[in-house]
Design a protein around this ligand. Structure first.
Ligand code: SAH
Length: 227
């Protein structure tokens, strides 16, 4: 009986096959739900989400679910990344600060959109893992720092866009101060844990406009201006 070709391949080679078909299906699903614009969908089609989750969970990487990445943290679900990225309204060359690198997936999507990404993560182990994936994917333009992102990244400010992927009780003042004009800041805020509202702050000229974009559920933003 002939042996199927895949069974003859060494394990390592099989594991490295890019599951592009699954990504195409994921992106079609996001598009059908009207969750993102074309540029965001193209970026999500380009970035291998399976490389940002641990090996045992890779078969679930293209389902629309948040997955554990260790240390009590999660990689946000694709629909959340799609929506947040679309709301951020980025253009190539923009300076974007992300607070809460986690797996690094959101940073990679922003980099695929041509942004100059600055990202901060408080947990050293997650920093090291994200850095390794960035290197593997050749995403050398992403600047990462390990530390308290509620303080922003003063040395690299101002930022045209700021995205916070963890929820705290208030909008950290340093982030508002480091927001460029014009600029957009997106952050989940809530007085109760895991129960936030997604807030968008737009700065233009001397004006700061704040909008409530509805309910959101994110892990804790822990730090000087967080929990
Ligand atoms: N954007 C991530 C989602 C990660 S979950 C992704 O695409 O995978 C949120 C992350 O925020 C967690 O990794 C958590 O450790 C981190 N975090 C929480 N408070 C933080 C703070 N003050 N500064 C930096 N990172 C923080």
């Amino acid at each position: 009986m002939p042996v199927p070709a895949s069974a003859e391949q060494p394990r390592r080679q099989r594991r490295d096959i890019d599951p592009r078909r699954l990504r195409e299906r994921m992106v079609r699903g996001l598009a059908a739900r009207g969750l993102a614009d074309d540029a965001v969908l193209r970026a999500m089609l380009a970035v291998r989400r399976d490389l940002f989750v641990e090996e045992a969970l890779r078969c679930q990487a293209y389902e629309d679910i948040a997955l554990p990445i260790g240390l009590g943290q999660t990689i946000s679900q694709p629909s959340t990344v799609a929506r947040m990225t679309a709301l951020l309204d980025v253009r190539p060359g923009m300076r974007v600060l992300e607070v809460g690198t986690g797996s690094g997936y959101q940073s990679a999507v922003l980099a695929a959109l041509g942004c100059r990404v600055f990202t901060v993560e408080r947990l050293a182990e997650l920093c090291a893992r994200a850095q390794a994936v960035f290197r593997q994917l050749g995403l050398t333009s992403i600047r990462m720092r390990c530390g308290d992102g509620t303080l922003g990244m003063p040395g690299a400010a101002p930022f045209e866009r700021i995205i916070v992927t963890a929820g705290g009780p208030e909008v950290p003042r340093p982030l508002i101060e480091q927001l460029d004009s014009p600029g957009v800041l997106l952050i989940p805020v809530g007085k109760r844990r895991r129960e936030q509202r997604l807030i968008r702050i737009c700065r233009k000229g001397g004006q700061v406009l704040q909008e409530d974009l509805g309910p959101a559920v994110f892990v804790d933003l822990v730090g000087s201006h967080g929990w």
